[in-house]
Design a binder for this molecule. Structure first.
Ligand SMILES: Nc1c(N[C@@H]2O[C@H](COP(=O)(O)O)[C@@H](O)[C@H]2O)[nH]c(=O)[nH]c1=O
Length: 247
């Protein structure tokens, strides 16, 4: 059994966009100053999309799909690819075969490659296209993450302007593909029904749960959302899995 998990709230604390600077002008979207013991925040805070975790209960799960054996732990933490449930990590090496927005068939070595490259997709600049290729051909998810983060930091003008609002959808598409084309990953995800999934990243307070559950855990939330969708589909569909995704 894991420790009780407090659902993250969509507050200011830990939200990675709160102090984002505008890539073009490098002026802060949000300013903060310390006034005595308080922090005064002014400016426009981007709304956090509503993504309530959908956690089917053990009973619901068995009713929807009797073949699923729900895990008895209430919280399942995952982080490094080699840990138990490490297959849920974006750094686990499962290639994605997907068509892009122009219908071109592409293979990405991992979710992390896809996610990092999509920071620069749609930007009309040959440099952005080079960055995408560089990330796509990175030898490991770690290298892809390093590259993507480095370019984002050093050349913010190359990041697509809608990235902060688009990134959840980008991640959702990649995860949907990953858990659709690998039947054993789909089964693993379904086997956790009834448990809360948390990416145990101590540093990433957007995708991860943080050290004390203070992170927003968007990766865990997306996985739980997908799990519910797959459980629902398993009732209505007899379709076999495909080896690539048209998203
Ligand atoms: N699993 C895992 C990490 N977490 C992943 O990092 C990504 C967020 O990247 P960014 O938006 O650029 O900060 C996202 O895929 C999140 O799940 N980070 C790591 O350095 N090592 C790791 O093993």
């Amino acid at each position: 059994m894991g420790k009780p998990y407090t659902q993250p709230t969509a507050g200011i604390t830990g939200h990675s966009t709160a102090f984002r600077t505008s890539p073009m002008r490098c002026t802060p979207l949000v300013a903060h100053e310390t006034v005595g013991p308080d922090i005064l925040i002014s400016g426009f805070l981007q709304p956090i999309p509503d993504l309530t975790p959908i956690i089917p209960s053990v009973n619901e799960t068995s009713a929807i799909d009797p073949t699923v054996t729900p895990d008895d732990a209430r919280i399942l933490f995952f982080y490094k690819a080699w840990d138990p449930y490490g297959a849920f990590s974006n750094f686990s090496p499962y290639p994605l075969h997907m068509t892009d927005e122009n219908g071109v068939y592409l293979t990405w070595p991992s979710v992390e490659h896809y996610y990092q490259a999509h920071k620069f997709i749609g930007v009309n600049d040959p440099l952005a296209r080079d960055c995408i290729e560089k990330i796509k051909s990175s030898k490991s998810p770690e290298e892809a993450a390093r590259e993507g983060r480095k370019i984002q930091k050093q050349c913010p003008d190359l990041v697509r302007p809608d990235w902060e609002t688009a990134k959840i959808d980008v991640m959702y598409k990649a995860l949907k593909c990953k858990f659709s084309i690998y039947p054993h990953l789909n089964s693993l995800l379904l086997s956790t029904a009834g448990s809360v999934l948390v990416e145990a990243s101590p540093y990433d307070l957007f995708w991860g749960g943080g050290r004390e559950g203070e992170g927003l855990n968007y990766l865990g939330r997306l996985l739980m959302q997908l799990r519910s969708e797959f459980l629902g589909e398993s009732l209505t569909s007899s379709e076999s899995s495909s080896e690539h995704c048209n998203l």
